[in-house]
Each structure stands twice: as C-alpha cells, then as structure tokens.
Design a protein around this ligand. Structure first.
Ligand SMILES: NC(=O)c1ccc[n+]([C@@H]2O[C@H](COP(=O)([O-])OP(=O)(O)OC[C@H]3O[C@@H](n4cnc5c(N)ncnc54)[C@H](OP(=O)(O)O)[C@@H]3O)[C@@H](O)[C@H]2O)c1
Length: 264
C-alpha cells in the first residue's frame, strides 16, 4: 500500500513510540488520527507537528479500556473520513506486580486495555477498511505492538505478559480470518524507550542496550520504519517483526525470580 493519502489511526499517539509512529506515517503522506487518553498537551503538540507536514489530522480522546469510548472513537473516524486504511494498536499499560498481589480489578484493567481494546479496534477497523476503495486490491493494515513478555516468562508481569501473548495470538487469528481484505501483523520492539523513571541518557539504559546482541538501544524511528515496511509490502500478513537488536535471541536478562519474590 502506498501510504500517501491513506487514513491511519495510531492509538496512544500523544507521546513516545506512538508519536514516532504517527509522525513517520504523516511524513510518508498519510492522514493521521491521533488518539490519546490523558496526555492532552502532548497530543496537541503531536497534532501540530503532523499538520505541518501537509496532511490532515484528527485528534480524538478515548479511554480504550471502556468499550463505549472505543465505539465513540471509531464513530468520529467514520464521520470525518468515512473509511480507514491503517490501524496501529500502540496504546498499552506496562504494570509490574508480583504474581500473588495481582487483584481481580488489576487483572481486568490490564487485559481490557492491552488485549480487549486492540480486538475491538481491529473489529471496528475491519468494517471501516471495507468501506475504503480497495479497487487496487490493496488490503487494509493492522499492526499490533507487542513485547517480549508475549513469548518469554517475565516474573512480575503475569497480567501484562498474558495480555501481550494474547495480542500476538490475536494477530495470527485476525490475519487469517480477516484476509484477504485486511492484513494483520505484529511488531515486537526491544529496548527502544526506557520505562518511566529511567532516562534515555542514563547508565542503566545504556546497560540495557549492551545486553542485546547489537549492543545498543534502538530508536522510535526504527520502529516507524518497520511500520512503513509493513504498510508498503502488501504480501505480508500474520508476521511478527522483532525490532530489538536481537534481544529475542538472548532474553531480557531478568533474574530467575525477577527480583520480585522478596517484595511480595
Ligand atoms: N518503549 C519500548 O521500548 C517498548 C518496548 C516493547 C514494546 N513496546 C510496546 O509499544 C507500544 C508503545 O510503547 P510506549 O512505551 O510508547 O507505551 P507507553 O508510553 O507505556 O503507553 C502508550 C500510551 O498508551 C496510552 N494509554 C494508557 N492507558 C490508556 C487507556 N486507558 N486508554 C487509552 N490509551 C491509554 C497512553 O496515552 P496517554 O499518554 O494519552 O494517556 C500512553 O501514552 C506499547 O504497546 C508497548 O507495549 C514498547
């Protein structure tokens, strides 16, 4: 698919990776729906930056943990553009909690945002993608942002890991069931941006980079480039691309108990 003139919705696009993905697609000529939840100011800054690229931008707020707000988001996209070509499910939480302490409410909240929301967004997107002019035979595209906890057992992240494992499986199921109208792929970033509380220039983040085979951290732009590849190559579906410097070959280097047991 040529991204020029296409409509792309990026969830969690106000800041960090989502912002880089949205601006990469905007730079490639796509019109962008910037979704955010609580980062209003950053979302407005992202919107202004993308608008300067000469493409259309729609700014929409939604708590994706609430199904009715997912519906409202897609109603707004439908009203403004009437169709959709690209969905990037980037919004997610990243909550660490010892296994024994995860409450029912915490479990439900993480699964609702990290797994149910991408499902609902994909379901609504598929309907909007069908409304697009696909006369060129170009399928729509969904990209799910996963992480290594989907395939490796990270102690302290049971609900998160299960949600991402589910998202990876959902990628494959949707790729099969929604073909040939929609392609569905996953990206697994590695150490691209540090979690809250750790600085990009810190020694700790540098050490994270040194642990992966390519011995450095990556950049949000490299994730954006992977999304552009998935956009342009219409013969790729059900694929998972690791943008992680080879981290999936060696793991994330957690201790056997993840250092969480003594805290539980
Ligand atoms: N950073 C990395 O290096 C890395 C590594 C591996 C995988 N990933 C994956 O890549 C994606 C983006 O990573 P990131 O680090 O940029 O993510 P992030 O900063 O942890 O979160 C992205 C966005 O999710 C949104 N969000 C949180 N709760 C929400 C809710 N209830 N409803 C709607 N949106 C909500 C937030 O929007 P607001 O700020 O507007 O509230 C936030 O900006 C995630 O899926 C993550 O798992 C990232």
């Amino acid at each position: 698919m040529d991204p020029r003139g296409k409509i792309a919705l990026v969830t969690g696009a106000a800041r960090r990776l989502g912002r880089a993905i949205a601006t990469t697609l905007g730079r490639a000529g796509s019109h962008i729906v910037v979704h955010y939840s609580s980062s209003r100011q950053e979302a407005e800054e992202t919107t202004a930056e993308i608008r300067q690229l000469g493409v259309e931008v729609l700014l929409e707020r939604a708590d994706l943990g609430q199904p009715e707000e997912v519906d409202a988001l897609f109603d707004a996209v439908g009203e403004r553009f009437g169709s959709l070509d690209i969905l990037v499910n980037s919004a997610a939480s990243f909550v660490r909690r010892p296994f024994a302490r995860i409450t029912v409410s915490e479990w439900d909240t993480v699964l609702a945002l990290n797994l149910r929301a991408p499902f609902l967004c994909t379901q609504r997107s598929a309907a909007l993608m069908a409304a697009s002019d696909r006369s060129t035979g170009e399928p729509g595209l969904v990209v799910n942002m996963v992480d290594l906890s989907a395939v490796q057992a990270w102690p302290g992240y049971a609900h998160h890991g299960v949600s991402k494992a589910g998202l990876l499986h959902l990628t494959n199921i949707a790729a099969r069931e929604l073909a040939p109208e929609v392609r569905v792929n996953a990206i697994v970033p590695g150490p691209i941006l540090p979690p809250t509380g750790m600085e990009v220039g810190s020694d700790e983040w540098h050490r994270h980079g040194m642990r992966v085979p390519l011995q450095r951290t990556g950049s949000p732009e490299q994730v954006g480039e992977a999304i552009l590849f998935l956009t342009r190559n219409d013969y790729v579906t059900g694929e998972t691309i690791f943008v992680d410097g080879g981290e999936h070959l060696v793991g994330t280097g957690h201790r056997a108990d993840g250092g969480v047991r003594e805290k539980s």
